[in-house]
Design a protein around this ligand. Sequence first.
Ligand code: MOS
Length: 693
Amino acid sequence: MSTNLDPGAVGAPRPRIEGPLKVTGVARYAADVPMPDLAHGWLVTAPISRGRIRDIDASTALGMPGVLGVLDHRNAPRLNPRAGNYFGPDGSMQLLQDDVIPYAGRPVALAVAETPEQARAAAAALRVTYDVEPHDLDFSLEHPAARPASTAFGPEADTGDVDAELSASAVVVDERYRTPEESHSALEPHAATVWWDGGQVYAVDANQGAFSVAEVLAALWSIDRERVHIRAEHVGGGFGGKGACGPQVILGSMASARFGRPVRVVLTRAQVFEATASRPPTDQLVRIGADADGRLRAIHHRPAYALSPLAEYIEWCTEQAKILYSASAIRTQLTAVPLDILPPASMRGPGATPGSFALESAIDEVAERLDIDPLELRLRNQPTVGPVSGLPFSSRRLVSCLREGARRFGWATRDRRPRGRREGPLLIGTGMATTSFGAGVFPSTASITAEADGTFTVSVGASDIGTGARTVLTAVAADALGVGTELVRIRIGDSDLGMAWGAGGSRGTTSWSFAITEAARKLRENLGDPARPVTATVDTTTMIDYRPGRERQTYSAVFAEVTVDPSTGEVRVRRLLGMFAVGRVINPLLARSQVIGGMIMGLSMALHEENVRDPRTGRQTNGDFAGYHVAAHADVPDVEADFVPDYEPQDPSGFNGLGEIGTAGTAAAIANAVWHATGTRQRILPIRLDRVL
Ligand code: MOS
């Protein structure tokens, strides 16, 4: 029996539409599409972090069987140097344009051959020599090149007098927290199958937004966007690592232009680590002052992150300090440190994930010093309006998450003193954390056709990176049209379907659903017309109000129980529970799947993940799944996740955002639980054995 209280398809727990295609191998990914006359490209990457290419000797490679040629900076097609994205020109995409090596892993050549094996052999036979220059990967907040980060995502907070409030505080926590460089580690490596035809470029590519990739590729080639056709029908995970126009499609388009054949470029796992993107390391100072009764007087959050001089980037660690708590003074200072590092990109709750690790650890430390329950401390400091903006909140169901999570977890019986629970040799601890993540909507287009047979075809340039976007959008369209889902056919993952936001920033579903809902409304007005097919197309660009009117966020409360073996330092997560407020839930089955995945990523961040670089070369020494540990099945307990009833009033359907909120907050909950078990604070991630002992 269904317990679904929504009258329509939205709210019903339906499995992924394309699930059978995936498990039977029918679904084609970017490296799977059959293509006649296909050639294969293999990347060669720089083993140094800074310098210049002295020479590339391709003589051996060019004589090898099946080799069509080698592309490098001397013979590659020229790209438009002004091509970029949101922040302006992006040098990370200017591949094979000059002899400069700006980071280890920079592609320096592409060997092209009849088979992948021949291309790999040719790549291995290239002799590349370098003039090595000293590199700088010495990341810290005090780095001499540290500078204020871009405020393009919003101004810094500077309310009240932080120093005066800290002086007047009964307790002050003033601590430093660090998170390492991390990699996205999507299961499907970056891959593209690319071909040119009649001055137009076509690609099946692994990305998180086909339209934006098409826009960037068009800019790189200085051709009209209409001449670029990107398909990304099935994508094996992204987490931000496939948000950009990736090296696979840039190099594939260059090789295809050069050799006049379709070219497939598939990155190896090691190349995904070294040549795509990572989450930058962070080094964060947090100062919090509170009265003896737990009222917060001051929050000062000063995080630094690393970036590459090739491209501007914001790891927005400071957003939660402006949202989560009321305090008389709140100050944020986000700092960027340019280094000779792989250009970073958004990863799994960008900013919020490392930022809330620091903030929510520090809040736990305040509770410890005041001897107040950390859940109670949070409840005492809930703001009624945006603590910095002064704007009213849109739906803010954080207290419901806290109370319901605490009830289900059994928090009330917790003895808050550390190191008080043992089971045999193991120390047991529990901890919790909260977080928020910004939500909203971006312009998209959608078309709906009422077909002659009574069915409906919905076209939207959405992207399904494994989340179930197809399935939820089918439900949204069915309800908007007032028909059953069996009458709705959905087309996504194609730049020819029109302008659309990508699968990112937890804003895909709201953005696409808004366009679909408006297109359905328009179509229904025309349905009196007996002539079929009838199509309605909507572009939401002018329908979106960007004036800040309300604080619009999603929220979570995460609770963790850990065991710590004091003789080995091993931490195991025994229970993990998350309560989430994400607006109206479209599909509880898929929503739960997403936040559980996010929480496991947070667990993985807390205990395992870390890019390790050799200081001599700057190369990552653990850039594969043997060396870069992600949580495996044996690391993951039974994860519980659920949603509090919520409805976002700024969205016509009550939707808000889902995805990143699953990850952010989890690492702090686990670190706080490790403190409770051991009495020792873990301010550096990951919580490795040697840091526990
Ligand atoms: Mo998400 S990190 O915006 O893919």
